[in-house]
Design a protein around this ligand. Sequence first.
Ligand code: NAG
Ligand code: NAG
Ligand code: NAG
Length: 342
Amino acid sequence: MASWQHRGSLQDLNICLPRILFLLALLGGVSSNKECLILQSAEGSTVSCHGPTEFPSSLPADTVHLSVEFSNLTELPAAALQGCPGLRELHLSSNCLQELFPGLLAPVPRLRILDLTRNALRSLPPGLFRTSAALSTLVLRENQLRAVGARWLQGLHALGHLDLAENRLRSLPVGLLASLGALHTLDLGHNLLESLPEGLLKGPRQLQRLHLEGNRLQKLGDGLLAPQPFLRVLFLNDNQLASVAAGSFRCLKQLDMLDLSNNSLSSTPPGLWAFLGRPTRDMQGGFDISHNPWVCNKDLVDLYRWLDANRHKMFSQNDTRCAGPEAVRGRRLLDVAGLRSL
Ligand SMILES: *[C@@H]1O[C@H](CO)[C@@H](O)[C@H](O)[C@H]1NC(C)=O
Ligand SMILES: *[C@@H]1O[C@H](CO)[C@@H](O)[C@H](O)[C@H]1NC(C)=O
Ligand SMILES: *[C@@H]1O[C@H](CO)[C@@H](O)[C@H](O)[C@H]1NC(C)=O
C-alpha cells in the first residue's frame, strides 16, 4: 500500500458544493509520486492533482471537474478521459503538453471549460472539438501556437470565451470565428499579428470584449469592428497603429472602454470620434490615447473638441502630450485642446 500525503491546496476547489465529503486518495495506485485530492458532492467528484505527477490512470466515473496542473506533463494518454463521461471542467494549465490526441475530448461531450494555459502546444489536431458543442470557455493562452486552422473551432456553438493570448500568431484565417455565434470575449493579445482579415469578426453575434493589445497592428480599417455593435471594451494599446480609418468606430454604440495608448498615432481623421462618448453618451469606463506621437496642429481640431467634452473619462492625461510641432512639443494634449477649441 502506498502512503498518501496532503499536498494539494483547497483553493481551487469549489467548496460551495453541497454535502462535501473529503476523501484524500491516491489514484492509480502504481507509483508513489501521484498526489490527487478527491472531493465528492451530490454533483459528482472533483479531482485535483498538483505537483509532480502523471495523469491519473483511473478516475471516479462521476468526475465532473478534473485538474492536473503544475505537473510538467508532456503528454496525455489517448484514453485519458474515457472513464468520466460527465466531465464538465478540465484544467491542465502549467504543464509541458506539446500536442493533443485528436480524439481526446470525444468521451466528454458535456465539457464546458477547457484550460490549457501555459503549455507548449504548437498546433491543435483537426477535429479536436468535433464533439464539444457544450464548450463555453477555451483557454489556450501562453502556448506556442504559430498558426490556427480556419476549421479548428468549427462547431463550438456555445463558446463564449476564447483566449489565444501570448502565443506566436502572425495571422489569422478569415473564417476562424464564423461558427462562434455565442462568443462574448475574445483575447488575441500579445501575439505577433501585423494585420487582421477585414471579415474576422463576422460570426459572433454579441462580442463584448476584444483584446488586441501587444501585437504589431499598423492600421485599423473601417470594416473590422462593423459587425459588433455591442462591443463594450476594446484594447488596441501597445501596437504600431499609425492610422485609424474614419469609420472604424461607426457601429460601436455601446463602447465603454477604449485603449489606444502606446501606438504610433500622430493624427486621427475627422469624424472618427463622433461615434463615441459625449455628446451622445458617457463612456462608462474611459479612454487612453497616451504615448502616441501626436502632432498638435489644426488637423486635430476634431479630436480637441471631443477631448474637451470627454476629458472626465480620459486616462493618463499627463502622459498624453504633443510630439510636434516645435511650438507645442511636450505640452499636454488636453491643454492644447482647451486653447484650440475655445
Ligand atoms: C517543472 O519544470 C520546471 C522547469 O524545468 C521546474 O523548475 C519545476 O520544478 C518542475 N515542476 C515540477 C512539479 O516538477
Ligand atoms: C509599448 O508597446 C511595446 C510593444 O509594442 C512594449 O514593448 C513597450 O513596453 C510599451 N511601452 C509602454 C510605455 O507601455
Ligand atoms: C500631472 O502633472 C501636474 C503638473 O504637471 C501635477 O500637478 C499632477 O499631479 C499630475 N497628475 C498626475 C495624475 O500625475
